[in-house]
Design a protein around this ligand. Structure first.
Ligand code: THG
Length: 564
């Protein structure tokens, strides 16, 4: 028997909640208790399409129509499906939100069953992770966003696109009110986070473009602020978890490919899948014996938490895992004067020998309690200050006041991205998601005694050698920079793709990370990057383009001359 489906595309939601269906005149109660109500069938509406299909597949002319099902399609807020395991409910798998109907069914069925049976996704479809949503994506948010997504279905999508419906959500940083009129905000997992800040004379607001647009000069200004003076950034959207209990060290040893930091220290560490692919990148701070603060990017909060909780349950570890993302604010302070400014607010000795890079401790800043970690994704001298979210505005104000003399100012995530790329720091979701760490060029710790997930696979990957490599490219472009996902060409053929890119404000050229075949991955290799329909000549260069503060200081101590 052959079953043929015709899909009628209806607006995913009626014009407003509690209104009547134009097809059935029945009240539609999609909010909040949609019960899969169906519309009355209306074949006349799609007769043209049915006839076209019959012309194409003549046997259809003899087929009987047995059943007609006319229902709304399901929309997720960002129009992408949700496919995979769900955080918070064990063994609960979803495949929903297929705004384009059944066309994905075969592929998604295979993807999901491979994942359920094999314990990890067969390939990277991170955009579909159901855990990109959380408690903040309320029914109201979903309804507003679904309407927006439907309306945007056929519009041109710009790089760094922002969509404004449903914002802000109920998940706001303690600095939102303080900063909202001063900057262009970006949406990160329900949070509003400053992208870039306005100064008098700037062309302000969201002005999308395929090229450099109104943010380009201001981001250069913030970049300079952090490189030469000191800047403050709202990092509250980080995902933050506390892991403690008798088995916490054992659990983290099992989960992470790095050594577990000593009390008072912080590590950057990766969780791998059994096949040895990077699952997540976090920092681990050992706050007090057996008590850890785990920090991940805003986009991976529940993605990472699900994995940690699942492994803890599976192994029967005696631990307590608490998600403190919403309770805790984070301020980042970075730049050569960061120490001088913070030191004015605390009796704690912040000198280089007393508070070393990658150390963490509880301090008081002008009477506000904070856990300070000496780390900055900018690669400059800096601290992250974890504090009660209610204290964010006051902490921000005292720091800004203390830094007047040093010319302290705000910076946003666009400048942070420019800074991290020049230091060649990888970003989860761009360079190192669902790919093996060897390929990504991450520091590896396979010789550790502990048997972490993915260790055996990693050894085999290392022995086998790699067909592709992550490389670091510079290129001269005209008023546009790579963003990631651009094609990389060689001898008239596409040989790879960029993973992320930006303008290098220090060296005044574009730079990008890209995957290319191993035989084309040597420093000095010439390639081309396609941008806006044109190929630009690119060269593989040594990492990084700009040294981190750590490496610079080490060079200077040895009497050498640093790159920048
Ligand atoms: N801060 C905190 N946690 C985080 C991030 C952060 N978790 C997620 C993500 N960002 C982790 N990514 C990095 C990547 C690099 C660095 C910090 C966070 C970094 N690297 C130095 C380098 O490569 O030179 C130091 C590496 C080392 O010596 O181990 O600082 O921003 N809390």
């Amino acid at each position: 028997m052959c079953i043929i489906y015709f899909a009628i595309y209806l607006s995913p939601l009626p014009p407003s909640c509690g209104s009547f269906s134009p097809l059935t005149s029945r009240p539609i109660s999609l909010l909040p208790c949609f019960g899969k109500e169906l519309f009355e069938s209306d074949l006349d509406r799609i007769m043209d399409h049915i006839e076209a299909a019959m012309a194409m597949v003549p046997v259809l002319k003899q087929a009987d129509i047995i059943n007609i099902v006319a229902g709304p399609i399901t929309y997720s807020p960002d129009i992408l499906p949700m496919v995979g395991p769900h955080q918070g409910v064990r063994n609960y798998w979803v495949a929903i939100g297929f705004g384009y109907g059944i066309i994905h069914a075969g592929g998604v069925g295979k993807y999901l069953s491979d994942w359920i049976l094999g314990g990890e996704p067969p390939f990277d479809l991170i955009e579909l992770d159901p855990n990109r949503y959380g408690k903040w994506s309320t029914t109201q948010y979903t309804a507003t966003k679904a309407r927006e997504s439907y309306g945007f279905n056929n519009i041109v999508g710009y790089p760094k696109e922002e969509r404004f419906a449903g914002r802000p959500t109920e998940r706001v940083s303690g600095l939102y009110e303080v900063l909202k009129s001063k900057c262009s905000m970006g949406f990160h997992a329900g949070w509003e986070q400053p992208h870039w800040f306005y100064k008098p004379g700037d062309d302000i607001g969201y002005k999308p473009s395929f090229g450099r647009t109104n943010w380009f000069e201001p981001v250069g200004r913030e970049y300079k602020q952090v490189m030469e003076k000191v800047g403050v950034i709202d990092l509250t959207p980080f995902g933050k978890f506390i892991v403690k209990g008798n088995d916490s060290v054992k659990l983290l040893d099992h989960l992470f490919a790095n050594v577990i930091p000593k009390v008072g220290a912080t590590n950057i560490s990766h969780m791998l899948t059994p096949r040895g692919q990077v699952y997540a990148e976090l920092t681990i701070s050992h706050l007090s014996p057996g008590e850890f603060l785990l920090v991940t990017g805003s986009g991976s909060e529940l993605h990472d938490l699900r994995w940690i909780e699942e492994e803890a349950l599976k192994g029967g570890y005696n631990v307590e895992i608490k998600n403190i993302t919403d309770e805790m604010g984070v301020l980042g302070i970075a730049g050569p004067f960061a120490r001088k400014v913070l030191q004015k607010l605390t009796i704690e000795d912040l000198s280089d020998s007393a508070f070393k890079f990658l150390q963490s401790r509880h301090i008081k800043l002008s009477d506000i309690a904070a856990t300070a970690i000496r780390i900055s994704y900018s690669g400059e001298l800096g601290w992250e200050l974890y504090h009660r979210k209610e204290d964010s505005a006051i902490l921000y104000n005292v720091i800004m006041e203390a830094g007047q003399e040093e010319g302290i100012d705000d910076f946003g995530t666009y400048a942070l991205n420019a800074l991290r790329l020049e230091k060649a720091f990888r970003a989860w979701g761009a360079e190192d998601c669902e790919s093996d760490p060897e390929l990504v060029g991450l520091k590896l710790f396979v010789l550790l005694p502990a048997d972490f997930i993915g260790k055996q696979a990693l050894k085999q990957i290392k022995e086998k050698g790699l067909k592709r490599r992550l490389v670091y490219l510079t290129l001269e472009t005209a008023n546009a920079d790579p963003e990631g996902n651009e094609s990389v060409w060689h001898n008239g053929r596409v040989v790879g793709n960029t993973t992320s890119g930006n303008y290098s404000y220090s060296t005044q050229q574009s730079l990008a990370f890209a995957y290319v075949p191993t035989e084309l991955s040597k420093v000095g290799q010439k390639l081309e990057v396609e941008l806006l329909g044109k190929n630009y000549s690119a060269t593989i260069v040594e990492e990084p383009l700009v040294l981190t503060e750590q490496t610079r200081t080490r060079f200077q101590k040895k009497g050498g001359s640093a790159k920048v």
